[in-house]
Write a protein that binds this ligand. Structure first.
Ligand code: NAP
Length: 470
């Protein structure tokens, strides 16, 4: 599949090409004609000249039509994501379903009146006036997305911008650009006017960095690693910033947990999407009273997560994004083993594929406990009680999400109050959400500004306040 970047709805021509390889078999998945400095400038100018916003009805209709087109092409998109990311087809079907929800919810939100009103005659200082608010689109937003959900991350930037009426320039990951560009085509086909969207890939200095620095850009919405997010925060200057960064999410399993639920959540949270979710379970903190039985059951359960050809519907764990990422994961496991941890299941690598891996007795100061490892690893750390679990959970620089498995309401409430992160899910994986609920982290995982369709629409607008005699 040979694709090109878009400036204001028009495909660019360029001699510079990016080849995209299938991480499972090394075959060519496609290519992209790359943009440069001039295209970046043209995209900003096009966004700024987008003109009067579409009506709410028009925005909602475009989003709904895009959803219908995506549902008709579900199989095509699922296979495309699999071909460039190595994620198994089971997961990529699920991802298309999620992106379809994003479009559905954004279409609904586009119709909703988001203004407030305040009567002013409510205090001795007041008078007979009324104050109103309305939300206005930004003149130009920039979004930058990672590789791990090649469609859904892109949908979470584009759909809120369309619902808000904000022109947007999106820079997808160069590891998974084909899905993003195909999705842009679909959005134009659904009726979005060209100047409302440009999609660019190219050398960082000519595209991403120029977009981030440009004072005409009013918002940079970035999802990706902590290192790149912090660099963007330094270079963006005076503009709105949304940073959704890495995570190191714990699943806390207490001794009053339903063990079957705990094992199911630990396996799903660690291995789904090849462990490449910002909110994947990256540390399993298990109460010492049940650690033995929990570990035995998790090892048995891990056998269900068949690793293999990502296009095989029976495969539950495809590759990670590339061989370098798999080699890194192997190193992290070996380091933990060197510090006394034991691999009880998996751990073997072939090319970009690393088996779902259960590792027990992991010391608390190992790299895989302190830092984010982006792959199907399930490291188990034994804790004394809930206080100890909370201390370990809060001990890293990250603060994205968390899960707690317990049947005791007091424990649940204590965990919700004391875990320093953006989300606490009781008896669910850290990643549980619906596409419109507020989502996002604190500390190194983000600035605390939430995404999710409703919050993202707010970020893509500014509030104007006006008042009238009444
Ligand atoms: P990444 O390396 O940070 O890349 C993310 C995006 O930033 C890519 O499009 C990348 O472009 C671009 N980029 C690289 N250098 C840049 C620069 N100097 N200025 C502007 N943009 C730049 O992240 P990744 O490896 O793709 O994704 C995995 C990470 O994302 C993990 O840490 C994961 O936890 C995090 N994540 C967070 C969330 C969340 O909601 N909190 C969700 C998903 C993923 P190129 O591809 O061209 O390098």
């Amino acid at each position: 599949m040979d694709l090109s970047c878009f400036v204001a709805g028009k495909q660019i021509t360029s001699e510079r090409k990016l080849s995209v390889l299938n991480p499972y078999n090394g075959q060519r998945a496609g290519s992209v004609a790359l943009a440069g400095r001039d295209h970046t400038e043209a995209a900003i100018k096009a966004a700024l000249s987008a003109g009067e916003p579409l009506t709410r009805f028009e925005r909602s209709t475009i989003l709904d039509r895009a959803r219908q087109l995506l549902e008709e092409r579900r199989e095509e998109f699922a296979r495309l994501i699999t071909s460039e990311s190595g994620l198994c087809i089971r997961e990529t079907h699920y991802e298309v379903g999620r992106a379809s929800d994003v479009l559905r919810f954004a279409a609904i939100e586009a119709l909703r009146d988001d203004g407030q009103s305040f009567s002013c005659d409510i205090s001795p200082q007041g008078k007979a006036r009324k104050i109103f608010t309305l939300r206005e689109p930004l003149s130009c937003a920039v979004a930058i997305t990672p590789f791990n959900h090649p469609l859904n991350q892109v949908a979470h930037k584009l759909a809120p911008a369309i619902a808000a009426g904000t022109p947007i320039i999106l820079k997808p990951s160069e590891k998974t650009p084909l899905t993003a560009l195909k999705f842009a085509e679909l959005i134009y086909e659904a009726g979005l006017p060209g100047p409302m969207l440009s999609m660019l890939l190219g050398p960082t200095a000519e595209v991403a960095e120029l977009l981030v620095r440009d004072p005409r850009v009013e918002l940079v919405s970035f999802t990706g690693s902590v290192a790149v997010g912090k660099r963007i925060a330094e270079t963006a200057g005076y503009k709105k910033l949304v940073l959704e960064l890495g995570g190191n999410d714990p699943l806390i399993v207490l001794d009053d947990a339903d063990l079957e639920t705990a094992v199911h959540l630990a396996a799903e949270g660690s291995f789904r999407n090849s462990g490449q979710r910002c909110t994947a379970v990256k540390r399993i903190l298990v109460h010492e009273n049940i650690a033995g039985e929990f570990t035995r059951r998790l090892v048995a359960k891990t056998g269900d997560y068949k690793c293999g050809d990502p296009l095989d519907p029976e495969t539950r764990v495809g590759t990670v994004i590339d061989e370098a990422a798999a080699i890194y994961l192997e190193t992290v496991v070996q380091e933990a083993v060197g510090s006394g941890a034991k691999v009880l299941m998996g751990g073997k690598r072939q090319g970009a594929q690393i088996q779902p891996t259960v590792i027990a007795d992991v010391p608390r100061d190992c790299r895989m406990i302190l830092l984010e490892s982006f792959g199907p690893l399930a490291p188990i750390v034994v804790v004394k009680d809930l206080d100890d679990a909370i201390a370990v959970a809060n001990s890293t620089p990250y603060g994205l999400s968390s899960g707690v498995v317990t049947t005791n309401l007091n424990n649940a409430i204590k965990a919700v109050k004391r875990l320093r992160c953006g989300t606490v899910n009781i008896n669910e994986v850290p990643g549980y959400r619906i596409e419109s609920s507020p989502f996002g982290g604190i500390k190194d995982s983000g600035l605390g500004i939430k995404e999710g369709v409703i919050e993202a629409i707010k970020c893509m607008t500014t509030v104007k306040t006006f008042s009238l005699p009444w």
